[in-house]
Design a protein around this ligand. Structure first.
Ligand code: AMO
Length: 444
């Protein structure tokens, strides 16, 4: 006889949200989970389970002394049954009086870190070395649920705005951002690079779908060790056609932030509480020209403008501080970056071609986004490439899109780990990267 799979199987084990149904109080329930902590209080033993939705307190009365040896160890995977009771002191206000407990799997070794502590009091290095274990800590884990919320917000919001999600290759002949931070490799005897961004592809796809977005890994061979650079990060990219000006892109990002803060408030309130996060204000975001921003901070904080065409990290931080102090703003758009500092695809401002129709978004003084209007005219693009002394080699397919007609367009790229880091109040980007890649870290 033929057997068929007909869909997801019903479980007889319950999740925390199901246990919170008041009708379950007083009934016998079955759950599974990881033993997060065992607290032996003498007459009773608390077995705290870690489940996907949080911690669950289970309690066992020690009637016989020999039970002691049978207590599951921290890190065990267990299944247990017992009566559900209300208990205000327990997480979520409920606990299970254990009647039967089965160890599904026991750990081989003791925990290298005390993951059941509220805050993991250990170095970043130790957390990264034992990533699979350190992330079991409730606060560590919560940062990545917030990160999930950001990506969900990006996706859901852009779907609602008519964007198509795309997936572009990460290995190619050429990348768009220029500079020295390219990872080079050999691809079947041909030179190749890891993409620094999906820039060339997302622009080509505007000619197909009008509005596209992608969330995926990008690679930067940064040779310096900082708290805000990774060698592989996740880029939230969007690109949209038929824009009136680059302001449309900033408006879209503002909409994304508003949507996402609302989503976090609604669906991630537990994590926000665990991490003691106050969500930033995105209702109205100030915008300021690059040269004006430099002038404002140099005046207010008595700082000489050393290079009028570059923004130093300290200056960026001061711009953040200025807008926080003067306008109570968490974010600020800095516009009209110097052409010299932007890649070839950026559209120069016809009013003053030393500057571009582009922007960065700063969040508490850190750049989390770059975006702007792009050149859409084939001739203009070819001239810009030539004037920069670049070759067209490896750009033929990109140029072909323009040769065959492209609408006025623009877009942006958001660094997911940076946005997460600022949102949860961390100061090292590795804290909000599951498995960071940096100068000294290729593992785990
Ligand atoms: P840019 O190179 O400025 O622009 O990158 C966009 C955003 O990505 C983040 N970011 C990084 N995050 C972690 N580690 C790094 N090494 C790193 N480098 C950049 C920052 C930055 O704001 N194609 C353009 C975007 C566009 O115009 O659409 C681009 O890649 O948050």
């Amino acid at each position: 006889m033929m057997e068929f799979l007909t869909g997801v199987k019903q479980c007889d084990t319950l999740e925390i949200s199901e246990l919170l149904d008041p009708r379950r109080v007083g009934t016998r329930v079955k759950v599974n989970g990881a033993v997060h902590a065992v607290n032996n209080m003498g007459a009773v033993v608390f077995v705290i389970l870690r489940k996907r939705e949080g911690l669950l307190q289970c309690v066992s009365e020690k009637k016989e002394p020999e039970q002691e040896g049978k207590l599951p160890r921290e890190g065990s995977a267990v299944e247990l049954e017992g009566v559900l009771e209300r208990d205000e002191r327990a997480p979520h206000g409920v606990e299970i009086r254990i009647q039967r407990l089965t160890v599904l799997s026991a750990p081989e070794e003791a925990m290298p870190l005390s993951v059941s502590k509220w805050k993991l009091n250990t170095s970043l290095d130790a957390k990264l070395n034992y990533r699979a274990v350190s992330l079991r800590n409730i606060r560590e884990r919560a940062k990545f649920k917030i990160q999930e919320g950001i990506v969900r917000g990006f996706r859901n919001f852009l779907y609602s705005q008519g964007f198509t999600e795309i997936h572009t290759p990460k290995v190619g002949a050429r990348s768009a951002e220029g500079g020295a931070n390219l990872f080079r490799l050999e691809y079947f005897h041909h030179p190749a690079v890891l993409q620094q961004s999906p820039q060339l592809y997302k622009q080509m796809m505007v000619g197909v779908f009008d509005r596209v977005f992608e969330t995926g890994p990008v690679f930067r061979a940064e040779k310096h060790n900082t708290k805000r650079h990774l060698n592989e990060y996740t880029s939230l990219d969007l690109e949209m056609g038929y824009i009136g000006s680059f302001e449309d892109i900033m408006a879209m990002e503002t909409g994304f932030l508003q949507y996402t803060m609302e989503l976090l408030k609604q669906d991630y309130s537990g994590e926000l509480r665990i991490l003691e996060v106050t969500l930033p204000e995105a209702a109205r975001i100030p915008r300021v020209r690059f040269d004006e921003a430099k002038r404002l901070v140099s005046e207010k904080y008595n700082r000489k403008i050393r290079n009028p065409f570059d923004l130093e990290p300290e200056e960026e931080a001061l711009i953040g501080r200025y807008f926080q102090e003067e306008y109570d703003a968490d974010f600020v758009f800095v516009t009209h970056y110097p052409s010299k500092k932007r890649p070839f695809y950026a559209m120069d401002d016809s009013a003053d071609p030393r500057y571009t129709l582009s922007f960065d978004l700063l969040f508490h003084g850190l750049e989390i986004t770059t975006g702007g209007q792009r050149i859409h005219d084939y001739r203009m693009l070819v001239d810009k490439i030539a004037s920069r002394g670049m070759t067209e080699e490896g750009l033929e397919h990109y140029l072909s899109a323009f040769k065959h007609g492209m609408p006025p367009h623009g877009g942006l790229g958001i660094g997911l780990e940076r946005l997460t880091m600022k949102l949860v109040g961390e100061d090292n980007i590795r804290e909000t990267t599951l498995f960071p890649r940096d100068l000294s870290r290729l593992e785990p």
